[in-house]
Ligand binder design. Structure first.
Ligand code: ADP
Length: 602
C-alpha cells in the first residue's frame, strides 16, 4: 500500500474512533437526559393535575363542612336556608347541584330542590353519621345525566351529631380545570375509580361507560401504586405513563403520552448527532487528505529524485520546509550532485577503459590473424623447404648413383654430372642462406654495418653478378647513375643483396631481348634507386602480396625460373632496416619498376 493511503487510513482511524466514542457517549447521555426530562415533565403534569384536584375537592369539602358547622342552624328557618343555599350555588357557578339534610335515620328532611327520600343505606350517609366528611364514588346523576359526587358532613349540636348535610357536586368545573393542564399534543389524562371505570376523560361520552382495568397503569394505580413507566396502553399504543393514587377519593390519576412524541427530542438529538458526525467525518477526511498529502509530497519528491538519479536525469528536488524532511531533501540534493559527479568520472574512466579494451582486442585479433598467417606460412615454409631441399637431393642422388654405376663414363660427361651436383649444392646453400638471413633480419639479430658508400659503386658490383645471366637471355642492362651523386650511409653487403634480388627478378621475369635500366636520382631528401624492366609485369591486386614470404605470382615460376619467393621479403626487410620502403609499379605484360629511397650521408 502507498504511504499516502496508509497515512490517510491512520489519520482516519485516529480521528474516527474518538469521534465515534464522543458521538456515542453524547447520544447516550443526551438520550438519558431527555428521557429524564420528559419523565420529569410528565410527573410534573400529573402532580399539577393532582394538586388541582386536591385544591378543588378540598374547597368543596371545606364548603360543605363550613355550611354543616355554621349554617345548618338556619334549618329551622327553612326559607332563609334555602335562599342562602341558592345564593351559594349561584356563586359557585354550577358546582353544587343540590344541598339536602338527612336525619340520623337517613330521611331527607330538607332539600333545596324539595326532594324527599331515604339514603340510610348509602355509605356517604353512614360515614358522615359517624362524624366523617365523606366523598362518595362518582356516579351519573339521574337528574342531569352528568357525573356527580355527593359530599356529606355531620351536623353537630352541643357536641352530638344531629344530622348529616349532603351536597350533590357536579364535576364539570373540576373537569374544566383538568383539561386546561398542558400535557402535550398526544398527552392524555384520565381518572379511573378503583374498579377501572373511567371517571374523567376529555371524551365525556366515555365517562362511567368505559372500563379500562386491563390498562397497565390502571392496574398499578388500583393497587394504590404511584409511578411512571413505558407500556402499551389499552388502545395498543406505546406510551409513557405516569400514575398517581389519590386515596382520599379512591381515584387513580393517569397521564399518558405517546412514546414517539415524548421521545421526539431523542430522535432529533440522534438526527443532529448524525448530521454533526457526517460533517465532522467530512472535515476529518478533508484534513486527512491534506495532512497525508503534505507529508507524502516531499517523500514523493525524494522518490522521484532518487528515480531520476538512477536513470541519470536527476533534477534537484524542491525543499519545501525547514523540518526533518526538508533537511533530508537538502542532504539528498547535495549527495545526488556528488554521486552524479562520481558517476560522470567513472563513466569517462569506463569509456577510456573500453576504448583501451577495444584497441587491445583489435590488436589481439590482428595478432591472432598474424599468428594464423604465420602458422600457415610455417606449414607452407616447411613443405616448400622440404620440397626445395628434396628436389636437388634427388637429382644429386641420381647423378652420384650414375657416376658410381658406370666406370666408363667419359671425362666430359663425368664433368657435366659433377657440375649438376655442384649447381644443386649451390642452390641448396643459397636457399638455406636466404632462410637464415630472413629469419635473422626479422628477429632483429642482424646488425647493420653502416658505412659511407656510393650508389654507383654498389650498382657496379651488383651488375657484375648479373651480367652473365642477362647476356644468356640477350637482355640489355643499362646503368643510369651519375658519378657525382652524394654518398649514402648504408650497409654495403645488405644493399648488394637487395640490388642482386631486384636484378635477378628483373632478368628472370623479362623475356629474351628485353631491357633493364638501373637508375639513381638525387634530391634534397636522399637518393632514389630505380630498377625498371620490360618484363611480364604483374596484375595490380597481386603487387602487394609479392613481399610476403614464399609468395610467387605464378606458382609454376619456381620450376621455370628458380627462386623460392623469399628474395623480395629479404629485400623489403633490409630496406625497412634503412628506414625506407620499396615501392612497386607494374603493368601486366609491359614491365615493372621497383624503387626505394635512401638517406644521404649526414
Ligand atoms: P622469387 O623471385 O624467388 O620467386 P621473389 O620474392 O624475389 O621470389 O619474388 C616474388 C615474386 O614476385 C616472383 O615469384 C614474381 O612472381 C614476382 N616478381 C618479382 N619481381 C618481378 C619482376 N621484376 N617482374 C615480374 N614479376 C616479379
Amino acid at each position: 500500500m502507498r504511504l499516502r493511503s496508509e497515512l490517510f487510513i491512520l489519520f482516519l482511524i485516529i480521528s474516527v474512533v474518538p469521534l465515534s466514542a464522543v458521538v456515542y457517549i453524547s447520544y447516550d447521555y443526551g438520550k438519558e437526559a431527555i428521557r429524564e426530562s420528559v419523565m420529569y415533565n410528565l410527573l410534573g403534569a400529573t402532580d399539577n393535575t393532582g394538586n388541582a384536584i386536591d385544591n378543588w375537592m378540598d374547597a368543596r369539602k371545606d364548603d360543605i363542612r363550613v355550611i354543616a358547622q355554621s349554617r345548618v342552624t338556619l334549618a329551622s328557618q327553612k326559607e332563609h336556608f334555602k335562599e342562602f343555599l341558592d345564593t351559594f350555588e349561584r356563586e359557585h357557578k354550577g358546582a353544587y347541584m343540590e344541598f339536602y339534610l338527612l336525619d340520623l335515620d337517613g330521611n331527607i328532611t330538607f332539600s333545596n330542590l324539595d326532594r324527599t327520600g331515604n339514603e340510610s343505606e348509602e355509605i356517604y350517609f353512614i360515614e358522615a353519621s359517624k362524624g366523617k366528611t365523606y366523598v362518595s364514588d362518582v356516579y351519573q346523576s339521574n337528574i342531569t345525566g352528568a357525573p356527580e359526587i355527593i359530599i356529606t358532613s355531620p351536623v353537630n349540636k352541643n357536641g352530638d351529631i344531629e344530622a348529616v348535610l349532603a351536597a350533590r357536586v357536579s364535576l364539570e368545573n373540576l373537569y374544566r380545570i383538568i383539561e386546561k393542564i398542558d400535557i402535550g399534543k398526544s398527552g392524555e389524562v384520565f381518572i379511573v375509580n378503583q374498579n377501572g371505570d373511567i371517571i374523567f376523560h376529555e371524551n365525556r361520552s366515555r365517562i362511567l361507560l368505559d372500563n379500562i382495568k386491563n390498562n397497565f397503569a390502571v392496574k398499578e394505580v388500583t393497587y394504590e401504586k404511584n409511578g411512571i413507566n413505558e407500556y402499551v396502553n389499552y388502545e395498543g399504543k406505546n406510551v409513557l405513563g405516569s400514575y398517581y393514587w389519590m386515596s382520599l377519593y379512591r381515584w387513580g390519576l393517569i397521564a399518558e403520552q405517546n412514546i414517539d412524541e415524548a421521545y421526539a427530542g431523542i430522535l432529533m438529538l440522534g438526527r443532529v448527532l448524525v448530521g454533526i458526525s457526517i460533517l465532522a467525518l467530512m472535515g476529518v477526511i478533508f484534513l486527512a487528505v491534506v495532512v497525508s498529502d503534505n507529508i507524502t509530497r516531499p517523500v514523493k519528491s525524494l522518490e522521484e529524485g532518487a528515480l531520476g538519479m538512477v536513470r541519470g536525469n536527476f533534477r534537484p528536488i524542491p525543499v519545501a520546509s525547514r523540518n526533518e524532511i526538508g533537511r533530508l531533501a537538502e542532504i539528498f540534493n547535495s549527495t545526488a550532485v556528488e554521486l552524479l559527479e562520481i558517476r560522470k568520472k567513472l563513466e569517462s574512466k569506463i569509456e577510456l577503459a573500453n576504448k583501451d579494451l577495444e584497441k587491445k582486442n583489435k590488436e589481439l585479433i590482428d595478432a591472432n590473424k598474424e599468428l594464423r598467417k604465420l602458422d600457415e606460412l610455417k606449414s607452407d615454409f616447411l613443405s616448400l623447404v622440404s620440397h626445395e631441399l628434396k628436389t636437388p637431393l634427388s637429382s644429386m642422388k641420381i647423378s652420384t648413383e650414375y657416376l658410381e654405376s658406370d666406370a666408363n663414363i667419359d671425362p666430359a660427361g663425368r664433368k657435366e654430372i659433377h657440375q649438376i651436383i655442384l649447381r644443386n649444392i649451390d642452390r641448396q646453400t643459397r636457399l638455406i642462406n636466404d632462410i637464415l638471413d630472413l629469419s635473422k633480419i626479422e628477429a632483429g639479430k642482424t646488425e647493420l654495418k653502416f658505412e659511407i658508400i656510393g650508389i654507383k659503386e654498389l650498382a657496379d658490383a651488383s651488375y657484375e653478378n648479373i651480367k652473365q645471366l642477362a647476356k644468356k637471355k640477350n637482355i640489355s642492362i643499362t646503368l643510369d647513375i651519375q658519378d657525382n651523386l652524394s654518398p649514402i650511409m648504408a650497409d654495403r653487403e645488405k644493399l648488394i643483396i637487395v640490388l642482386n634480388n631486384l636484378f635477378e627478378n628483373a632478368v628472370k621475369f623479362t623475356p629474351d631481348k628485353g631491357s633493364i635500366i638501373l637508375s639513381a636520382r638525387e634530391d634534397a631528401n636522399g637518393i632514389t634507386v630505380i630498377m625498371k624492366d620490360t618484363g611480364i609485369g604483374m596484375e595490380k591486386e597481386k603487387i602487394e602480396k609479392i613481399f610476403d614470404k614464399f609468395y610467387q605470382v605464378d606458382g609454376s615460376s619456381r620450376r621455370k625460373t628458380g627462386g623460392c619467393g623469399l628474395g623480395l621479403s629479404i629485400s623489403s626487410e633490409i630496406i625497412k632496416a634503412h628506414e625506407s620502403v620499396i615501392h612497386v609499379e607494374s603493368e601486366f605484360g609491359k614491365g615493372s619498376t621497383f624503387s626505394f629511397k635512401l638517406k644521404k650521408n649526414g
